[in-house]
Design a binder for this molecule. Structure first.
Ligand code: FNR
Length: 362
């Protein structure tokens, strides 16, 4: 039975399945190995309970904030996700347009199916560029220079993928891109493409061949010498790594386990958040992604110290169901839910959301 007009993010997922090939749906939805971390990202939110405050004037709810100096209409960004043209012909362009119209940020993946230059032409929005550091230093340098020239506001270096996590559904499907789709940023300068591989995910093979697994902290100096863009590290799960990130000059940290797609068994991102917020102690902006599906999830993440959150898969479901309107609706559903959740918690402003609002239950 088809649900005609989805009223929440879960219904979007159900509906999206019918709009996608099995290979695309599996690639988008899956996690690594037993998908324990993928599930735990969700259950971590149900372990945190809210302690709402009563008799507060909540007639006006203000959701606006800033991130590295850029304005946000709500504390939300779209997470970097590869290959969005699998969901819609205009892929990342449509996602960027929906983000810009709603006044939320977008992080464009290195592995986008529209080029970073095309995506940067979308009006009124701002974007960060997510970087995978390739073995070929010249290629990496060229990507950074292009992102800077095109007007991206920060570099978001993904640090949790020295090799690709084992997503068995992709292995079973021998994941590759259908003809006509390519990693646009890389093909343009180097002719690189996602291979077709017997018995293996082509993306896993791409990582093994092209991505530099020898990257360490000291390479961050080199990276920062390539452009004046601020650096955000995505994929930090420990307080000591967060402290190191700050020492190496990162201005932002994304607490993330890559949506459960890398190390299965890794801690849920929400569970990792408090230690990292305490370790960073205000010296960088701390963001979180993984499992955000409700306005109350955003409220809990903010209460535990995140400045903003990123959403991943639901954006792809919106894109698959109805393109730009679908992504806009995903953002709008979360915005409405967050507004209601804040009103019911006695928080009229984001600054009113503090750690007294939550308690961990076992
Ligand atoms: C991702 N993610 C990701 N991260 C990244 O740094 N670079 C990338 O290219 C991708 N690609 C990608 C593709 C797909 C299909 C998914 C689902 C995810 C991870 C992403 O940025 C984010 O960390 C998670 O998706 C957040 O979890 P949720 O919101 O999907 O639960």
């Amino acid at each position: 039975q088809e649900c005609v007009s989805p009223i929440n993010l879960f219904e979007y997922e159900q509906l999206a399945k019918a709009h996608l090939s099995q290979m695309a749906f599996d690639y988008y939805s899956s996690g690594a190995w037993d998908e324990i971390t993928l599930q735990d990202n969700r259950t971590a939110f149900s372990r945190v309970k809210l302690r709402p405050k009563m008799l507060v004037d909540v007639s006006e709810i203000n959701l606006t904030t800033k991130l590295l100096g850029e304005p946000l209409q709500l504390p939300l960004l779209i997470a970097p996700m590869a290959f969005q043209c699998l969901a819609h012909p205009a892929g990342e362009i449509v996602t960027a347009s929906a983000a810009a119209s709603a006044g939320v940020g977008m992080v464009l993946s290195t592995l986008s199916t529209k080029s970073l230059e095309e995506v940067a032409t979308v009006d009124n929005g701002w974007q960060w560029f997510q970087l995978y550091i390739h073995k070929d230093r010249g290629l990496t340098r060229a990507l950074v220079e292009r992102a800077y020239t095109a007007g991206y506001k920060a570099l978001c270096l993904t640090v949790d993928a020295p090799v690709l996590g084992k997503r068995e559904r992709d292995q079973r499907n021998e994941f590759t891109l259908p003809s006509g789709l390519h990693p646009a940023n890389l093909r343009k300068i180097s002719g690189l493409d996602i291979p077709q591989e017997k018995g293996e995910s082509g993306l896993l093979t791409y990582f093994a061949q092209q991505i530099n697994p020898a990257l360490t902290w000291k390479d961050l100096e080199w990276l920062q010498s390539l452009s004046p863009l601020p650096l955000v590290l995505k994929g930090i799960l420990r307080g000591d790594d967060a402290v190191r990130a700050v020492e190496y000059g990162a201005q932002g940290i994304v607490v993330s386990n890559h949506g459960g797609r890398q190390l299965d068994g890794a801690i849920a991102s929400l569970d990792a958040l408090p230690e990292i917020v305490a370790a960073v102690d205000g010296r960088a902006e701390v963001l979180l992604d993984g499992g955000i599906r409700r306005g109350t999830d955003i409220l809990k993440a903010l209460a535990l110290g995140a400045k903003a959150v990123l959403i991943g898969r639901p954006v792809l479901w919106g894109l698959a169901v109805s393109g730009q309107a679908g992504v806009a609706d995903i953002i709008s559903l979360l915005k409405d839910e967050l507004t209601t959740a804040m009103a019911l918690s006695g928080c009229a402003n984001l600054q009113d959301i503090d750690s007294t609002l939550v308690i961990q239950s076992q």
